[in-house]
Design a protein around this ligand. Sequence first.
Ligand code: NAP
Length: 344
Amino acid sequence: MTLARQIVLAARPEAAPGPEHFRLEQRDLPPLGDGQMRVRLVWMSLDPYMRGRMSAAKSYAAPIEVGAPMQAGAVAEVMESRHPGFAPGDVVLGYFPWSDMAVSDGAGVMKLDQGVAPLSAWLGVLGMPGFTGWVGLNRIAEGKAGETIVVSAATGAVGSLVCQLARARDMRVIGVAGGAAKCARAVADYGADVCLDHRAAPDARTLSRQIAEAAPAGVDVYFENVGGKTLEAVLPRMNDHGRIAVCGMIAWYSGAEAPPPLPPAWQLILTRRLRVQGFIVTDHQAQYGAFLAELAPLVGAGAIRWQETVAEGLEAAPAAFLSLLAGGNDGKQLVRIGADPVGV
Ligand SMILES: NC(=O)c1ccc[n+]([C@@H]2O[C@H](COP(=O)([O-])OP(=O)(O)OC[C@H]3O[C@@H](n4cnc5c(N)ncnc54)[C@H](OP(=O)(O)O)[C@@H]3O)[C@@H](O)[C@H]2O)c1
């Protein structure tokens, strides 16, 4: 028997989650059956969508049952294998429990090429968040040279890549981020022409005026990551035939900010002939190869920048997740669960 530590959902939060909604447990992992492998987690990803899985509400991802382990994308090392496709020492990417050890049947698990980038990058710029930014900009918003794009959560795992890809195709990039330091990074590292601090703006009207100044020709594309005050501020600035890629709305995940009334926005969608399209990255999995073919060489050449916030150890995961929801992360929020076999 191998002892694993894992973090389970202790209770469902009604509003903002807290430490009381998580519990650290130990459990024995059973001996491996045919077709199974045992992995040790190295890097674990924390992502805003996990807030949705803590709730019982119907969504695109099934709720986690109370008492069951939280789940995450993670990079792991195979320690023992009775699976024909994986051998001890392989480094893999997959979905695993928030745990230090796990048993997997290999479903949805992919072997990683260890030479392309630091292993942690497979959870950020080369992983689900980076792919989300690429899908949203290319397939949903269809951003074009010469257009103006607003990117909210502009320094986050998704937004920081959207800014860089938009800049590379000669769009005017207006980032929106929380705080002066993040805004400075959006301009210096991610190619934003301007970055507006939504936390410093007292209300949506002020932020909207700042957007109008930063986008004298109006906004053609809004890459929507947050909802809330930022959405309210951007909507009136949308040009005719503008596009909104609805990727996320973190301001509302825990019910903190009430959504603005729909009718005014609904009217704008008509009068400005906006195309508003929600998307979920997993629906676009067939494009992941095309994304990697474009991004991996850029990452290898050092042409893409990213930032990571690393929490140390499995026990630190709940606090790091709560901090992510409040904007405490700078770039991709990770948890280092065990030693990185590549030694970074
Ligand atoms: N549709 C999909 O398939 C898909 C896939 C991945 C992610 N997403 C969504 O994309 C968004 C970004 O995800 P990510 O992984 O890149 O996270 P992230 O941007 O790295 O981290 C979340 C950020 O959201 C911002 N934030 C938190 N509360 C806010 C509020 N009330 N108002 C404005 N901003 C707030 C904070 O940045 P500031 O400090 O700058 O405010 C925080 O750092 C999330 O909404 C997520 O759910 C969607």
